[in-house]
Design a protein around this ligand. Structure first.
Ligand SMILES: [Zn+2]
Length: 201
């Protein structure tokens, strides 16, 4: 299994290929056969469901490379934590990336809800907004509230870092793996405009 550092380099390299227009060849039968009974994904990606941010494509990765969890707003609820725990413990994957992105509709919806609360929102959608709210509420008390674009940019990052923090400290299993086995959880942002992924830290 790749170390977290090696996995990070591989993701960065894959994103460079994606930006330059290289396409991963389609999977063939030999690959499917090799992966039929086992897998060793080298990274776990928690990303947004947005149709413009498919993790496998933006990291130019192939069958069996990435363990991907997608949910609107890349929020961390118990089932996401459980999915990360499962992959890290079962497959030995050592890198977790929380992947936010520019122009995220879930972030927009949360900011809108905070600025103009409505009763119409469904309880289920509200459960996503409620997970994003703690990341962005403080930003609305700053001058950023007068500049919507800057506000969304900061909110995307704050939401990623909240999810990173939650994964680092909200699970005994992950905390153990971080302390003893070199697991790393990092934040990143995908630019819908350029195709580039910028890793934080
Ligand atoms: Zn999104």
């Amino acid at each position: 299994m790749l170390s977290a550092t090696e996995a990070l380099s591989r993701l960065k390299e894959g994103n460079r290929r994606y930006v330059s227009g290289v396409r991963e060849p389609a999977a063939n039968q030999a690959q499917r056969d090799a992966l039929a009974t086992s897998q060793e994904p080298f990274a776990i990606i928690l990303g947004c469901s947005d149709s413009r941010v498919p993790a496998e494509m933006v990291f130019n990765s192939g069958l069996g490379d990435l363990f991907v969890i997608r949910v609107a707003g890349n929020v961390v609820a118990p089932s996401q934590v459980g999915s990360v725990e499962f992959a890290a413990a079962r497959f030995g994957t050592r890198l977790v990336v929380v992947l936010g992105h520019s122009n995220c509709g879930a972030i927009d919806a949360t900011l809108e809800e905070l600025q103009r609360p409505s009763e119409a929102q469904s309880r289920n959608l509200r459960s996503i907004v409620d997970r994003i709210r703690p990341a962005v509420v403080a930003l609305l008390a700053t001058d950023l509230r007068h500049d919507h674009e800057a506000l969304v940019r900061h909110a995307v990052r704050a939401n990623v870092m909240l999810a990173v923090d939650h994964l680092r400290h909200g699970s005994d299993i992950l905390e153990q793996l971080i302390q003893k086995d070199g697991l790393q959880v990092v934040g990143a942002e995908y630019s819908i405009e350029t195709g580039k992924v910028e890793f934080f830290d």
